[in-house]
Design a binder for this molecule. Structure first.
Ligand code: HEC
Ligand code: HEC
Ligand code: HEC
Ligand code: HEC
Length: 311
């Protein structure tokens, strides 16, 4: 977020200056300066979602995308809507129906300390959001508020006239599939995937919020093999993240932990307290092309893994 401001301020500064001064003798220099600033803005726009596999619209350049459909030239609409979002899925302004949380089978092992939530809370909303496409059970053009006027349909309906192209999408169904060596479609059986919807630190970590005055405040009490997260009050809630360097404020390139207060499955420590969880978007930023496979940080030297695990 800090990054966005950094590029906007110099750009606006140049705009203000150019109104006043561009007719003067130094106008060429100022124009060059303005062009350099605009180039910076253009570059940072390129480093976003448009060229990635998450541009599912008709401007998409990757394997799976639409070639037709009412409003199919948009990008954000496949995941977000400015109005009337689906509040059953606690992800920002979410525009899709969600899968049924209880249909997922989660990772388990004899050495696992952390616990998932129970019942409809066994996965966090952010993971449910990703799985609304990546479990392969819901059309990727299924949405609550379709582009244009008069497109509202809760829980969700397919985009009118949707036509898909791509090696790993059902042309008629709009469902994500796996083909070749790609395993993007994770299915509802998550037992062979890194745990998600699970407490950070192997459980027991909590700090900063009134609701968390339980045991084990501020320590990785169950499993010391984790880096201690940082926390801050943002928007009235405690936000947690694992710092990946640069500063001590939360950035998109930190490993984001998502807070919730839920009853935990058997063995969970601090059940019911507001505490940090690992979700799909802890490791992935669905909007970035800075690293392959939408990773928040480079995984060279297993940088993603070693952000959290002390190994
Ligand atoms: C493929 C799905 C997908 C698409 C397409 C998408 N987003 Fe997101 N977006 C998400 C998910 C999931 C989250 C929540 C996870 C997170 O914290 O990043 C999110 C979070 C956000 C957030 C809040 C958190 C943050 O990083 O600032 C904003 C703002 C946002 N998206 C804007 C956009 C805009 C604007 C577009 C279109 C240019 C877009 N998104 C396209 C899935 C998507
Ligand atoms: C966001 C922090 C985070 C990141 C990044 C992360 N992990 Fe984990 N990992 C966890 C948590 C939390 C658990 C659950 C551990 C527990 O409760 O004992 C876990 C569990 C595991 C387990 C299963 C442990 C068991 O006892 O069954 C393995 C193996 C593992 N991670 C490997 C990796 C690898 C490899 C990477 C990089 C690709 C990675 N992790 C990235 C947080 C993370
Ligand atoms: C609207 C549907 C949709 C949603 C929601 C969605 N994705 Fe995707 N995602 C796709 C499609 C389509 C692909 C390309 C699949 C392919 O080509 O096999 C993809 C690919 C990916 C890839 C692989 C990229 C690569 O280069 O191989 C990752 C990683 C990924 N998504 C993570 C996420 C995460 C994490 C979330 C939630 C934060 C999310 N996705 C939400 C549709 C979606
Ligand atoms: C603990 C970190 C972590 C979490 C949590 C995580 N991923 Fe990933 N994911 C990775 C890493 C690292 C890679 C890249 C693996 C590689 O390069 O071989 C990856 C790769 C992927 C891919 C590309 C697979 C391929 O090879 O085609 C998809 C799709 C994906 N993740 C989706 C998800 C979804 C959906 C979730 C939540 C259900 C999720 N991830 C949760 C770390 C994570």
């Amino acid at each position: 977020m800090a990054h966005k401001q950094m590029i906007r301020f110099p750009f606006m500064g140049v705009l203000v200056m150019s109104k006043r001064n561009l007719r003067g003798p130094s106008s060429t220099l100022l124009k060059l300066f303005a062009m350099a600033a605009i180039a910076t803005v253009a570059q940072s726009a390129v480093a976003g979602i448009a060229n990635t596999r998450h541009n599912l619209g008709s401007t998409g350049t990757q394997t799976n995308h639409l070639t037709a459909g009412t409003g199919s030239g948009e990008i954000c609409v496949f995941c977000h809507t400015p109005h009337a979002s689906n509040q059953a899925i606690p992800a920002p302004l979410w525009n899709k129906g969600g899968g049924t949380p209880t249909t997922y089978t989660l990772y388990s092992s004899s050495t696992l300390d952390g616990a998932n939530g129970t019942g409809t809370n066994q996965l966090g909303g952010i993971s449910l959001a990703c799985l609304s496409c990546h479990d392969g059970t819901q059309a990727m053009d299924n949405m609550v508020n379709a582009p244009g006027s008069g497109g509202y349909n809760l829980p969700a309906a397919r985009m009118a006239g949707a036509v898909w192209t791509g090696a790993r999408v059902g042309a008629a169904t709009g469902l994500m599939t796996n083909a070749g060596t790609f395993i993007s479609m994770l299915g509802t059986d998550l037992t062979n995937d890194h745990p998600v919807g699970i407490q950070y630190c192997g459980g027991g970590y909590s700090t900063g919020s009134a609701a968390s005055t339980g045991a084990s405040v501020g320590t990785c009490s169950m499993d010391a093999d984790f880096k201690a997260p940082l926390s801050a009050t943002i928007g009235g809630n405690t936000a947690w993240w694992v710092e990946t360097g640069g500063n001590t404020t939360r950035s998109k390139t930190d490993i984001i932990l998502y807070g919730r207060a839920v009853a935990l499955a058997a063995g969970g420590v601090n059940s019911g307290f507001y505490q940090p969880f690992v979700e799909c978007a802890s490791c992935h930023d669905p909007h970035t092309e800075a690293n392959p496979t939408f990773l928040r940080v480079s995984n060279v030297g297993s940088g993603v893994c070693l952000s959290c695990h002390v190994k």
